[in-house]
Design a protein around this ligand. Structure first.
Ligand SMILES: [Zn+2]
Length: 255
């Protein structure tokens, strides 16, 4: 290996599907509830929060957006002359994958991959999938999701679901200041994902304001690590204020 003793590590910037990622982190995959699996990369998106970068091998639907990750070695890029920069049609950005990026970060001295990092769960194409049930909202153009592993989910008739309901979770978030106190839990579009104990499938029920947006649905599937067989449907419960009363909540009724 080369000069690992040099204290100055190269600076990197990252793009996910063309969007700047403010932060990435390296963690271990969970195996049977313990973080003992191989290394994985998590990326933080400003809108949907942390998600695990994967190799797109377990997409629930081939039409879902694929992860396209690029990086730029800012330290190297800064050393280039203006002419050299102009000569690079990609402006220093290089496409990468989750595995390749781990190698790059290892070479740069950010992580140490020990022998155990190539554990048995790491054979390509056998990604550890840990689906969760949960509840979610689309509020202020942000997806808010709280999930729980199926092993800790609670029975509701034939289904297993998130132990806490929408009102309780919203109230907790209001106390934490994560959502405004003057917005009731049933005002923004919301929904839930449950596990059907009879046929072993996952069911996503949501407001049509959410289901209308394919990108948002795919982000929910991503956020909860859901497998290929998800039934998506509306539910009479999950109707936001716009669905129930129309989009006139901000109308000025005069003095
Ligand atoms: Zn709605």
């Amino acid at each position: 290996m080369h000069a690992m003793h040099e204290s100055k590590k190269p600076e990197f910037r990252f793009l996910l599907n063309g969007v700047v990622i403010p932060e990435i982190r390296i963690s271990r995959k969970c195996v049977n509830g313990e973080a003992t699996g191989s290394l994985q990369i998590e990326v933080r998106d400003e809108v949907i929060g942390w998600m695990t970068l994967d190799d797109n091998s377990h997409l629930c639907d081939k039409d879902l957006p694929r992860f396209e990750m690029s990086y730029r070695n800012e330290t190297e890029w800064a050393k280039l002359s203006v002419c050299e920069r102009h000569a690079d049609p990609d402006h220093g950005w290089r496409k990468t994958s989750d595995r390749k990026l781990l190698k790059i970060l290892e070479t740069a001295g950010y992580i140490e991959t020990k022998k155990d990092s190539m554990s048995t769960d790491d054979k390509r194409g056998t990604r550890v999938c840990k689906p969760r049930v949960g509840i979610f909202w689309l509020f202020d153009e942000k997806l808010l999701v709280e999930g729980t592993p199926v092993s800790e989910a609670e029975p509701y008739a034939n289904h297993l679901g998130h132990p806490a309901g929408h009102p309780a979770v919203w109230e907790r978030w209001q106390k934490l200041g994560s959502v405004p106190k003057d917005v009731p839990y049933d005002e923004p579009p919301r929904g839930r994902v449950m596990f059907n104990r009879i046929d072993g499938t996952y069911v996503l029920l949501a407001d049509k304001c959410i289901l209308n947006q394919k990108g948002i649905v795919s982000m929910i599937l991503r956020a909860l690590d859901l497998p290929k067989t998800v039934t998506v449907d509306t539910d009479g419960h999950y109707r936001c204020h716009v669905c129930l009363y129309g989009d006139d909540t901000d109308e000025d009724w005069g003095e």
